[in-house]
Design a binder for this molecule. Structure first.
Ligand SMILES: [Zn+2]
Length: 887
């Protein structure tokens, strides 16, 4: 039985805790040394019963948790996880006795429980009464937010934040049943992982809502929501006709319409892939107005989303929103099997969760709507991964987790994107059906339990044992392979292949590394349908080619199915532009070469020669990639004259098509054409400086801000940003006023990005200052700073602003942001800017060790840019002036 706990004041609590602290333990009692990260195996939780009293408008909450335990051996006491909780009482029922614990403070992550006599091994039951505070700034632990003047309380526990809501054994390997009850206001809705099974009144204005006992779950997947929500009934879905609901802020039920429409289909497609029904008895999707450091969370039965990912005002619902929800929804629902049903044993295998969900989202959206999910999105993710993985400071996919900050920065492109790309590579090796069967075996073997990377490899390897070795070589080592290929036609045509780690910032031999890598090639003179494939197992190998004549061209890694970069000697790169490449082959090739160029490892002028014909390619996805490559090269140019010539080159090759497409989507445009417009129009307007498109963007933006009712549709973001890039005070004022008034968080987000794009120095300063104003929520408005850091022209000015304002800024932003904020400097490209960046962030990293990795990575990225500029700028300058350097 649980009871409602009345809140007590901090003063009363302080007395209480000190009384507990001085309870004399029995003679000679010793608590083991405080753990540094993990709790060890002396005590194991078997089941939790949790009661929380949550009134979102209050400062804090009260809790009572009862834990069935198994003590592995006799002991005087033990450590648990708890962060900033005020324990009032802790009593252990063991061996027929009720023993009151003395609480030993254990810093930020732990509390020690020390008992008056030695505890026997075996079962015991621990009950702790405590209280805690809601954060109104952070979005981890239990926190509260306002929407439409009403307060709501939410939870976010991954990775190590359940300990902020209840004392517990907060590690993923302990999966136990949970029986939760919430004491809430009578007029509030309370939700958790399972359905409410009973409700009873407590006094005049409270009620207790009891939830069904859960399947075995780890602490990090427990979730709650309390407030005056709208609950939208979404019918049922899947083999077991599971009920679906959408939990959204009061009065906003209509905004969940699209999610309600397609979620059943997303669930059914996933059931089909996994070969088993959705594993839990219900599926609620809940909106959180603002989230920091996460977009959505896969709590079993209660997935939470940043509201702009789940909800859209009917008049603003566009293709971008629909595709985003289909993608994020697929990711989170896939986690219900991969992560929830089968959970990693420890955080070093976080990649098992995230790589898989990333990869599965692509597959599921492709099955949901093939037009949306062509190869472009997964290719983009592969490029992102290689961009991060070319650093000497890159993490491994499976990085040991030995300190808390290792988990904080494990949620990066390596875990998500590289992991996803590596899964694609081995799926290609095994074949789609063989891979799917391995996934099904893995889920069956470990259902409702835990598993490791080895378990996953073994389940796949049932069909191909050599695969586990290849997989491990990519998962256990950092870095992206660079495979140099040299064509040898002295006898029967052959390729000499040599692999090493691609490390553009290091020239000291640190790149000697090799992988077991499946390598495929398309070769001139061969059947186009079937690439030639082999497995590279050592650092250097000679491979005979299945052709009789010396080929005119060789395309390594067709469609980017392999996770590596490559270069071919002995055939001219330019011949590839004339080769009959499929669209996805051209896209991957251009992407790889662009990364090499921007790392100073391939001549930029040769790339531009290649890009030029693709810019006019009739296939929209190919022209789009050409536009992206041209855009990515721009920061290499620092001289005004070169930038002007580059603008002319851009207009010359891309201008006509941009003007034909125009700013706004047209009825009947294919998805590929819409995406081409999104890349091409900003390129020609911003970098190309096209005067007519610039004026149009300005007029459209001003019209939209005045409420003229011009629908910008899917081009909303691009129109606003390109207008702001060239914007004046009139546009700035209109945007700054609109962003303060807007009640649409998605629109605000786009307006903040636009505000970070203004290049006029005075306007840029005003945009930065807005983040410190009381009129905005700094967590949202910091998008201005993030976006300025992404813009080559604004990145140096941002550092100047931060040098003077960092302290004021940190007062307004949650600490958890510091793990990512150092990335705001990664687009700097001069030695002077690098120095200023170090002065701003260096001293703060000491305070926030979670930021150390992104800080080191930003510095290395800056070094690569400086090196690339040095290697490319003269060549590029001569090329643009029509006086190119040969060779
Ligand atoms: Zn995920």
């Amino acid at each position: 039985m649980t009871r409602l706990l009345r809140r007590i004041t901090a003063v009363a609590f302080a007395t209480c805790l000190s009384a507990l602290l001085f309870l004399p333990p029995h003679a000679g009692a010793t608590l083991p040394a405080k753990p540094s990260l993990r709790l060890g195996d002396a005590v194991r939780p078997l089941a939790y019963e949790l009661n929380l009293a949550m009134v979102p408008s209050a400062d804090g909450f009260d809790g009572r948790i009862t834990i069935d335990l198994e003590l592995a051996r006799a002991q005087d006491g033990f450590w648990m996880n708890a962060t900033r909780l005020r324990v009032k009482r802790a009593v252990l029922d063991a061996g027929g006795k009720n023993l009151q614990a003395a609480i030993v403070p254990g810093g930020d992550d732990f509390i020690g429980l020390q008992f008056p006599e030695s505890l026997p091994p075996g079962k015991a039951r621990l009950t702790i009464e405590y209280s805690g505070s809601f954060s109104a700034v952070e979005t981890r632990g239990l926190f509260k937010q306002q929407d439409g003047g009403e307060w709501y309380a939410f939870s976010q526990f991954e990775a190590m934040n359940a300990r902020r809501a209840f004392p517990s054994f907060d590690e993923p390997q302990w999966k136990t049943p949970w029986t939760v009850s919430l004491d809430v206001r009578r007029d509030h809705v309370a939700v958790s992982n399972t359905a409410a099974v009973a409700e009873e009144a407590i006094g005049a204005d409270m009620k207790r809502v009891r939830f069904a006992t859960t399947a075995p779950l780890p602490t990090y997947l427990i979730a709650f929501g309390v407030g005056p929500f709208d609950v939208v009934d979404g019918g049922t879905a899947g083999q077991k006709r599971v009920p679906l609901r959408y939990i959204v802020p009061k009065g906003r039920g209509a905004e969940a319409a699209y999610a309600a429409k397609i979620t059943p289909r997303l669930v059914e497609l996933l059931e089909d892939y996994f070969g088993q029904p959705y594993p839990y008895p219900k599926l609620d999707s809940m909106a959180i107005p603002i989230t920091v450091n996460f977009g959505a969370m896969e709590n079993p039965g209660l997935i939470t989303y940043r509201s702009s990912l789940l909800m859209s005002r009917p008049e603003r619902e566009d293709e971008s929103f629909r595709q985003r929800y289909a993608s994020v929804g697929s990711h989170e629902i896939a986690h219900q099997w991969f992560g929830d049903l089968v959970t990693m044993s420890w955080w070093n295998d976080l990649w098992l969760n995230e790589s898989f969900a990333t990869w599965m989202a692509r597959k599921n959206v492709r099955r949901f709507n093939p037009e949306w999910e062509t190869h472009g999105r997964s290719e983009h993710e592969r490029q992102q991964a290689m961009h991060a993985d070319r650093l000497a400071t890159a993490r491994k996919i499976r990085q040991p987790i030995v300190a808390r900050e290792d988990v904080d920065n494990a949620f990066d492109s390596i875990t998500y994107d590289k992991g996803g790309a590596v899964l694609t590579m081995f799926e290609t090796w095994l074949g789609e059906d063989g891979f799917r069967d391995g996934v099904r075996r893995y889920l069956k073997r470990h259902a409702f339990g835990n598993a490791t990377a080895e378990d996953f490899f073994n389940a796949l390897a049932d069909t191909d044992p050599s695969l586990a070795k290849g997989f491990a070589s990519f998962v256990e080592q950092p870095g992206v392979p660079h495979i140099a290929m040299r064509l040898d036609c002295t006898g029967k045509p052959a390729l000499h292949m040599t692999q090493e780690r691609f490390l553009p910032a290091r020239k000291d031999g640190a790149n000697a590394q090799s992988w077991t890598a499946p390598v495929c090639l398309r070769i001139d003179g061969q059947d186009a349908g079937k690439p030639f494939c082999t497995v590279l197992r050592s650092r250097s190998e000679k491979v005979a080619l299945p052709v009789d004549h010396c080929p005119a061209w060789i395309l390594p890694n067709p469609k980017g199915a392999g996770y590596y970069l490559s270069s071919v000697q002995g055939v001219k790169a330019i011949r590839l532009a004339q080769a009959p490449l499929k669209p996805e082959e051209a896209v991957s090739m251009l992407g790889d070469l662009s990364l090499l160029v921007n790392s100073g490892s391939f001549p930029a002028d040769v790339l531009l020669d290649l890009v030029a014909p693709f810019a006019a390619d009739p296939r929209p996805e190919v022209a789009r990639e050409a536009a992206e490559v041209a855009s990515d090269l721009y920061p290499t140019l620092s001289r005004e004259e070169d930038r002007r010539r580059y603008a002319a080159w851009i207009r010359n090759h891309f201008g006509k098509r941009a003007v034909e497409l125009g700013w706004l989507d047209r009825q009947g445009d294919s998805d590929a054409v819409r995406k081409l417009r999104m890349s091409l129009l900003p390129l020609v307007t911003e970098i190309g400086g096209d005067a007519m498109l610039r004026d149009q963007a300005r007029q459209l933006s001003l019209g939209w801000l005045r409420g003229d009712g011009v629908p910008l549709g899917g081009m909303f973001r691009q129109v606003l940003r390109s207008a702001a890039f060239n914007g004046d005070a009139e546009l700035f004022d209109a945007l700054a006023q609109a962003v303060v008034k807007s009640k649409d968080s998605d629109a605000r987000n786009e307006m903040y990005k636009a505000l970070g794009s203004f290049r006029a120095p005075e306007l840029r300063q005003r945009a930065f200052a807005l983040v410190l104003s009381d009129q905005v929520d700094a967590r949202e408005a910091s998008t201005i700073l993030y976006h300025a850091g992404e813009t080559a022209e604004n990145a140096p000015a941002l550092q100047q602003f931060l040098a003077g304002s960092m302290d004021a800024l940190m007062k307004r932003l949650p600490d958890e942001m510091m793990s990512r904020m150092p990335r705001w400097g990664q687009n700097l490209c001069t030695a002077g800017d690098r120095e200023r960046y170090k002065q701003v962030f260096g001293p703060r990293i000491e305070q926030y060790p979670a930021g150390a990795r992104s800080y080191a990575q930003a510095l290395e990225t800056i070094d690569i840019c400086i090196g690339s500029r040095k290697a490319q700028e003269t060549r590029l300058s001569r090329f643009l002036a029509g006086k190119r350097i040969e060779g």
